[in-house]
Design a binder for this molecule. Sequence first.
Ligand code: MN
Length: 250
Amino acid sequence: MSNLILKGSLWFASDFHLSENHYATLEAFKALIHEASSYSDALLLLGDVFDIWIGDDVINLAPEWLEEILFAMKQATRKIPVFLVRGNRDFLLGKEFSSFTGIKLISSQTIINTDFKTIIVTHGDELCTDDLEYQKFKMLTNNENWKKQFLYKPIEERLSLASSLRNYSNINNKSKPNDIMDINESELLRVFDSHKVQIMIHGHTHKKGKVNYNFKNSLCERWVLPEWDLDDKLTKQGKIILDSNGIRFA
Ligand SMILES: [Mn+2]
């Protein structure tokens, strides 16, 4: 668990799934962080910024689209602090990425004291505890030895492993009932309770919205960020802004 104190206008966004050929989404991401660096006091990226991240050594061999993204990140962090919670697609983002871009990596379930209220932020995949198969995968890939062994493999091998894992999960997710891939409510309430917070912002499920819970005589709010896909699905994009007036989708 970690804590942050952030003042002013905070912008939150997640699930860009940046990859080559997704030109419109890449442009939208660059525009967003440029805009954030002018109009917000801090930007918080809540995971799955990249559709896949196989290790920080790709920075040295970055294709043009990635070079441009990394450059835009660098430009933004000269003006505002940018934080990132790793998602299930980009969980291998590491120290070199952080020092190269200036983006600060923060852990899942980070508590933030803001001008409005205290909130908790996360990518959200750890709350999907009904998807046992996925949680097994997460446990495996969170293991330090697994990470070391994976990062030690040649880039080509990592790329092909990652794409086979992704295909496997795409096929599997299609056959899973929708609700097991959503967050588990009792796990959520446990997190609210153990951290003593009433507001959560997360991504991952791509189910944009605000959900209220009456829990132990208080109202808890879960704000879910939309995915950004301007290439295939076209309509879904957006951020959350938090300032002293409250929280809103924008
Ligand atoms: Mn995700």
